[in-house]
Design a protein around this ligand. Structure first.
Ligand SMILES: Cc1cc2nc3c(=O)[nH]c(=O)nc-3n(C[C@H](O)[C@H](O)[C@H](O)COP(=O)(O)O)c2cc1C
Length: 431
């Protein structure tokens, strides 16, 4: 894990964290910890929901879905068993933000989860942590114990009778998908459910209404409750309020975690915070939202990092994993890396996913090694078109759009590989 994070002005979620030791209950309390929860339970659930609606908070787990809408769907279901799940499975390449939040301030996430559970009327909360995060799991166990000792959960009386469970994800990419998460908690294999009909809000954990929220999403909630929904809107853009923790990696001088207002220009993140490209090289392309969103060529890097600006140019913010590629990068190799990742991470449940990702790898490897022709380039296009939107989850679409966008923006590199019968960069086999 890269721990070279640089505190920036305007930090909210990471503000009080000068070290990588977790903040204790005492320190958290001295910094207004659990005040948001106390405010929530001394008002009412409808008021909490309204505050989250006013804040405009959107999910930080990938899709940017409005948090209040998700909560509202479950809050309005008949009383009875409901669940809240905190998703900290985080296994996407180039994303370390949830891990950092868990490692440094688990109480912030616990408090956010307690407020969310209160708002939707759930009294069971599952923390779903990447099973490989051994240190973070220990920190979370300790923080949960501290919160219990101070009476915030596990008591006899409402609203303090909430029960927490800690569940380890198998540490695969697909295990973070929200319905695969439900399957794992139920003791089954990490395989997504078909949506529709199995939306968590309607048919979630053990068939009951369930909200699944990302850890960073929940970490924002105590601050919103404490300072108000309107306060939250003073940062970010009108449709993407607040900050986001960007994980900046790749060919960058200062990789690390940067919490910045949503709407910051991508090139500002790269130049002013990341220090520009390593070894004085030129920027070639950026994946602004991890491997499941389209690539952005250099000329589009003035785009603002918010949900809607990226959508407008056909890309996405995802989890804020910004991966930078320099002029030295071979774009066919980049496409291979991502295609291999998706092929490896396919859960095996949907044939188009297993076969489609493997086929993409095979064709791309042929092109990279100089054994490709115009036919192979056409095939890349065709396979991407065929697999898009297939399968139970977004994995296959993610694979198709990233490769397709590399082909669209860097077609000349595909042509060069074919015409020169090989890779003009450092060939993959020598890596
Ligand atoms: C293949 C795949 C992997 C995912 N992995 C994660 C993950 O590790 N953590 C996460 O919060 N969301 C992940 N998601 C998104 C979740 O399905 C879900 O949308 C998210 O947890 C909702 O939280 P939010 O509304 O707070 O963003 C993944 C989605 C897909 C398709």
């Amino acid at each position: 894990m890269n721990e070279s994070r640089i505190l920036t002005e305007g930090d909210i979620l990471l503000e009080t964290l000068p070290t990588v030791q977790p903040v204790s209950y005492k320190t958290y309390g001295q910094n207004s910890g659990y005040e948001g929860f106390v405010k929530a339970i001394t008002s009412n659930a409808a008021h909490v929901l309204e505050n989250i609606k006013i804040s405009g908070l959107r999910g930080r787990g990938g899709a940017g879905f409005a948090t209040w809408k998700k909560w509202d769907m479950v809050a309005h279901r008949q009383n009875g068993q409901k669940y809240l799940c905190c998703n900290a499975a985080e296994d996407e390449p180039g994303t370390y933000k949830d891990r950092y939040l868990l490692r440094t301030n688990p109480h912030q996430i616990i408090e956010g989860a307690l407020i969310a559970a209160y708002a939707i009327g759930a009294d069971e909360i599952y923390f779903y942590l990447n099973g490989r995060f051994e240190t973070e799991i220990q920190f979370m166990e300790l923080a949960l114990q501290e919160a219990k000792e101070h009476g915030y959960w596990g008591q006899d009386n409402a609203p303090f009778r909430t029960v927490f469970h800690l569940c380890k994800s198998p540490g695969t990419y697909v295990a973070g998908e929200e319905t695969a998460l439900l399957e794992v908690i139920e003791g089954k294999a990490a395989q997504p459910r078909q949506k529709p009909p199995y939306y968590p809000a309607m048919h979630g954990l053990y068939g009951k209404p369930t909200v699944v929220n990302n850890a960073e999403t929940l970490a924002n909630v105590p601050h919103i409750m404490q300072k108000g929904g309107l306060w939250f809107r003073t940062t970010g853009t009108p449709t993407s309020p607040g900050t986001m923790i960007f994980t900046l990696t790749g060919d960058i001088k200062h990789p690390g975690l940067y919490e910045l207002p949503l709407g910051i220009p991508l090139n500002e993140l790269i130049e002013d915070y990341g220090g520009g490209i390593k070894h004085g090289k030129r920027l070639k392309a950026v994946l602004p939202g991890g491997p499941s969103n389209t690539i952005i060529p250099e000329y589009q890097t003035g785009v603002l990092l918010d949900f809607d600006s990226l959508k407008m140019i056909g890309s996405g913010l995802g989890t804020g994993a910004v991966i930078v590629l320099s002029e030295d990068a071979c774009m066919i190799q980049a496409a291979i890396e991502y295609a291999r990742f998706f092929a490896r991470e396919s859960c095996g449940q949907c044939p188009p996913c297993v076969l489609g990702t493997a086929h993409l790898v095979e064709i791309l490897e042929r092109i990279e090694s100089g054994r490709g022709s115009e036919k192979e380039i056409k095939q890349v296009e065709q396979v991407c078109g065929m697999i898009k939107g297939r399968g139970y989850c977004y994995l296959l679409t993610g694979a198709s759009i990233v490769v397709e966008s590399i082909l669209k923006h860097f077609r000349d590199e595909f042509d060069t590989h074919v015409h020169e019968a090989g890779c003009p960069f450092v060939p993959l086999s020598t890596f």
